[in-house]
Design a protein around this ligand. Structure first.
Ligand SMILES: Nc1ncnc2c1ncn2[C@@H]1O[C@H](COP(=O)(O)OP(=O)(O)O)[C@@H](O)[C@H]1O
Ligand SMILES: [Mg+2]
Length: 271
């Protein structure tokens, strides 16, 4: 007997599948949701060229919590921006759920992000004049949902992050941790397949950061989201299924924490 830790959900439009064998010989299968191939991003700065991403390859699997870890300036935000289609790569491919992000025009990208992706930002990015409820409901108005439905769904999301009682509070009436939970509810409200978080605890104290990590872990597990989180903090990344280490725009190591016996297996830049 073995525990199945990932549901097999094979849909035709996904590009590849990930298969691995546990110690008990069980084969577990997960879809590849994000595939990054030979990705480069160079910036011209004066007469020199900064190699922010210098040949990056990796995959992200459905339902996993994937942390990208590196020091400041290592290329984490650039990489996340490429994944979200916020910037064009110099070279290489970003394939999400079978779609080539790097080939999409701005209109298609806007629609793709709106339908598939939720963002959590370091600085929360809440609108100060709106209540928590209105902030969470806002992305739904871009989808043309009527107000009653929007607010009902926003209440549900605030409940999910444990903030139902704070629905009528404005950002300046909430702590940093509470504001970030509102940010998370706002990211979840459109029911995205994928969530991207760039240093989501960068403005939080260490205890609140750990609480936030646990909440993110719970959301990934219970609501079957795929989460890609960028952080410089190793201790926070430990909660992720896999940790991708980036140095000077290159992946130097991918650590896999998913072994069902809890034994950590490390791989040196290979998938
Ligand atoms: N728009 C830009 N113009 C020029 N250089 C940039 C730009 N964005 C990022 N960089 C450079 O690319 C490198 C990686 O930056 P970034 O992805 O922001 O790192 P991190 O998020 O890991 O701190 C850094 O050297 C940074 O200065
Ligand atoms: Mg950054």
């Amino acid at each position: 007997m073995c525990d199945i830790i990932m549901l097999v959900d094979i849909r035709a439009f996904y590009v590849t599948y990930f298969v691995f064998t546990t110690n008990e010989g069980c084969v577990l299968v997960a879809d590849v949701v994000i595939e990054v191939k030979d990705l480069y991003k160079f910036f011209e700065v004066g007469s020199s060229e900064v190699h922010a991403l210098d040949g990056v390859d990796f995959k992200v699997y459905e339902g996993e919590f994937c942390a990208i870890v590196g020091t400041s300036g290592s290329g984490k935000s650039t990489l996340l921006n490429m994944l979200a289609g916020l910037e064009k790569p110099t070279k290489g491919e970003v394939i999400i759920a079978g779609h080539h992000i790097e080939k999409m025009n701005e209109n298609k990208l806007v629609k793709f992000r709106r339908d598939n992706v939720g963002f959590i930002f370091q600085s929360f990015n809440l609108l100060g004049t709106m209540t928590a409820l209105e902030n969470v409901a806002l992305p739904l108005s871009f989808r043309g949902m009527d107000k009653e439905k929007r607010l009902k769904r926003a209440v549900k999301m605030l409940k999910l992050v444990g903030l139902k009682e704070h629905a009528m509070h404005k950002p300046n009436q909430m702590s940093g941790g509470q504001q970030q939970r509102v940010g998370m509810a706002r990211a979840l409200v459109v029911n995205p397949k994928i969530m991207f978080a760039d240093e989501p605890t960068g403005n939080l104290d260490s205890k609140t950061s750990k609480d936030m990590m646990r909440l993110m872990r719970e959301v990934v597990n219970k609501h079957h989201k795929t989460l890609v989180m960028v952080t410089h903090d190793d201790s926070l990344a430990a909660i992720a299924d896999r940790v991708i280490r980036i140095v000077d725009g290159k992946i130097v190591k991918i650590e896999d924490h998913r072994n069902i016996d809890g034994v950590q297996e490390d791989k040196d830049n290979e998938e």
